[in-house]
Ligand binder design. Sequence first.
Ligand code: GUN
Ligand code: ZN
Length: 470
Amino acid sequence: QILLGTFVHSKSRTELDYLHNAAVAVDTRGQIAAIARDCRSMSDAKDAVLRQTGWKASEADVVECEEGQFFFPGFIDTHVHASQYPNIGIFGKSSLLDWLERYTFPLECSLSDLAKAQRVYTACVRRTLAHGTTTATYYTTIDVPATNLLADLCLNLGQRAFVGRVCMDRKGFCPDYYEDESPEVAVHATRETISHIDKVDPGYELVSPILTPRFAPACTPESMNALSKIQKEKHLPVQTHISENKGEIELVKHMYPAAKTYADVYDKHELLTPKTVLAHAVYLTDDEATLISQRESKVSHCPCSNSSLTSGEARVRWMWDKGIEVGLGTDMSGGYSPSILEAARQATLMSRHLAMQIDDDDASRERCKLTVEEVLYLATRGGALCLGLGDKVGGFEVGKQLDAQLIALGAVGDDGLRAGEDGVDWADAGNVDVFGWETWDERIAKWLYNGDDRNTKKVWVRGRLVHSRR
Ligand code: GUN
Ligand code: ZN
């Protein structure tokens, strides 16, 4: 397969790279075999990759993007609760702990009904794919059959995923109707999901298990220790929550009086590994950030959730300065949206709110603001690095796999009509009107601030077309 057109991806945290008149050749295993860029024409670019690969023109399917369209790497959601998808937008005035009790635990518990889980998880995977999420790092529930079903669905529908069966065995914190009976049960259930994924995707080509102690208040030292043992044995990734909300932090202090900090609780149970993704990290202290950085653990920034649940404002620039790798998460349904583009947009706005709190120092205020380039890095390459996928996805390079989306912005012609959209009305075509005089940087900024799933025309994972829009 050969993709032809303009490709845009993060070159570094601060820079986008534009490949015009480019061709990307993808082999039958979904791997990028050759790239030609900045050619005189698309047909020159195609000839160049045919020469490089030795493929015959007749053998290759060609996908050509039109004027105004571009290919972008698939989005990477480093923190999302598949089980909470039905509740997006439903949180009332809650903050974290009462929201868990009122909205979240009852919904999660109800997904032990497999027919219900099938509906919810299918919709979740299809919806996130439609928003260009090619890799999702999922929390499910404590239920093993439903969790295994999500792994199967990701394989069938073609989404790259980490699937985490949630461990929560702490009596007193977890509700009686929704908790692991004991650490042994939690660990056994976790192993069952690992075995299932070992069977359906040996080698974890598309779907991998991820160890998922929900968060310190919901877990016992015994279950955390046992999960750490599995981590060491199988080198699996780990995900949990940290320092999201002030009430939660107080609770952790009370439950773990011997620990110096919240991060120290995880460290004492050897859960801060280079493969650990910590969601939120809103209120980390200097010492905690230093510890997380030393352990090479990663942070998932979830701005939509942090605003919805009035948790607080995580400081991405500060975490970067501390040497922590950061990715983006929707955290639905703490977050109201299934879209990583929305999370990226909200990351820029949250950084601006933080900037507005700096009164006295113009340079620090400016530096606090995240740029378009930086949040799109978080959404792609940064996320890939958080998940240990830096050599597989996140950008267009030979040897990586093709996880990509085709983005179309609406072009407004001289007659004031939108071109190339016969029969498509203005509302259907999305919010981004491009007049033709914008620079590419400006087009990308317009997409970031006003784009949505209507602009995501096609989505590929490992070279397989997994979503297509009329
Ligand atoms: N902390 C523990 N569980 C959860 C959850 O489901 N969502 C969020 N946002 N925070 C949590
Ligand atoms: Zn979460």
